[in-house]
Design a protein around this ligand. Structure first.
Ligand SMILES: [Zn+2]
Length: 136
């Protein structure tokens, strides 16, 4: 269902980064694990900051990005590898946007508005997104 293996991660990263990522995956503080279709994302809470990491495995080659200092490279950083390994080891820790949207589809409009009100209090940037959507 999701075409990803540790061998693919090792092939795209090379042995050194793969081993770094595998070690990091064991100790990393990871939050906000999310799956959107063929893309995985999470936040890694490192000693030097919080990094947003994304890995999309839909194509023949992986697409990835990370906000860490090494994230602009053509090679994946240890966070990208740790993200892929986190998915392989604990897929149940990832929220699936499609599942969430399917649940929302069964809610009443009033319940969805209440939910958005609560969400906007935690995520003020959501208000800007909702206003932009209304103008389109
Ligand atoms: Zn990174």
């Amino acid at each position: 269902m999701f075409p990803l293996t540790s061998a693919q991660l090792e092939a795209v990263a090379g042995g050194h980064t793969y081993r770094q990522g595998a070690r990091y995956a064991q100790s990393a503080h990871v939050t906000d694990q999310l799956r959107i279709g063929s893309a995985l994302s999470a936040r890694f809470h490192g000693t030097r900051g919080i990094y947003g990491t994304r890995l999309d495995v839909s194509g023949r080659s992986f697409q990835f990005e990370c906000t860490c200092p090494l994230g602009g490279s053509r090679e994946p950083c240890k966070h990208v590898i740790a993200l892929g390994l986190a998915w392989l080891e604990h897929p149940d820790a990832f929220r699936d946007l499609d599942v969430t949207l399917a649940r929302l589809a069964h809610m009443t409009k009033s319940d969805i508005v209440t939910l958005l009100r609560q969400a906007a209090q935690s995520l003020p940037e959501l208000i800007r997104l909702l206003d932009r959507r209304r103008r389109e």
